[in-house]
Design a protein around this ligand. Sequence first.
Ligand code: UFG
Length: 324
Amino acid sequence: MKKVLVTGGAGYIGCHTAKELLKQGFEVVVFDNLSNGKKEFVLGGELIVGDLLDKDAVRRVFRSGDIAAVLHFASLIQVGESYLDPRKYYGQNLISSLNLLEAMLEAGVRSFIFSSSAAVYGTPLHIPIPEDHPLLPFNPYGQTKFFVEKILQDYDRAYGMKFISLRYFNAAGADPDGEMGEMHNPETHLIPNILLAILGKKEYLEIYGTDFPTPDGTAVRDYIHVTDLSSAHVLALQKLLASSQSEFINLGTNKGYSVREVIAKSEELTGKKVPSRSKSRRQGDVPVLLASKEKAERLLGWKLRYSELETIIETAWKWHKKLN
Ligand code: UFG
């Protein structure tokens, strides 16, 4: 049984992936500072509460000598905040990744799965976006993902650090068994905000931008179910351990929905109205993001199972009702 380290394994995507790793027979060690993660989301394996900025704490994790690979989810994720406070993002996302890679090199661990983002592409020049699309990140959050990808390429060349960088589009939905789901504070993502507005936990949903060059004027995104993201991580890990071949891979569905379409589907599925108000565009939001998923399917044999918009909203709704 291979032991893997999952940083941020108590967070939204990390905990769903840890569950999938356990199911597939991996031994899991979660390392999380619990700043956003929740202890209750760690359903198995070992939880080490620690901070990646603490170099010694990171080194200690590798002391057992039997960690085969690392999946690195831990990261600050708010695009808007990254504009306002870039040093927080460069400081935490870059330094934590460097500390982790340093400890891995010292311990001789050279397999790394990285949580990257569609934000590395910036405003797409064409859609769907393939992995060889120019990288033009324009917010500090996207820059940090871009820089870590560059560091990984250099560490691969110089030290043989093999990696698969997974560029997520819009992660959404919740565990189909209802055990975990999305819970950010503050919540900035569309689907949870729609559900919070339905539940009366938010007075209304703000629709950021109704003047985009899209059919209904609202922005179009590629929503991917978190359990499909998780299965892609397990496949990527298995691929990396078997082939030692570094790759960049998009994780998206190649299907897009506008903000208004997501609202309409949520109203249909919950039978409730979403109170909403139109606002100006959020800084840095692009009109349309759509992934090419051809490489993930071809290289990983990945198949989408839960990413129909209905399933995404239904699983998220079940989770939000349970929470509230
Ligand atoms: N939106 C609203 N109201 C809300 C929240 C979102 O109208 O309350 C809109 C946004 O403006 C955007 C769409 O809904 O058009 C989706 O927004 P999210 O915040 O859910 O997701 P983003 O597309 O902004 O961001 C996601 C990830 C980022 C990542 C980015 C890739 O959350 O981490 O995709 O570009 F960087």
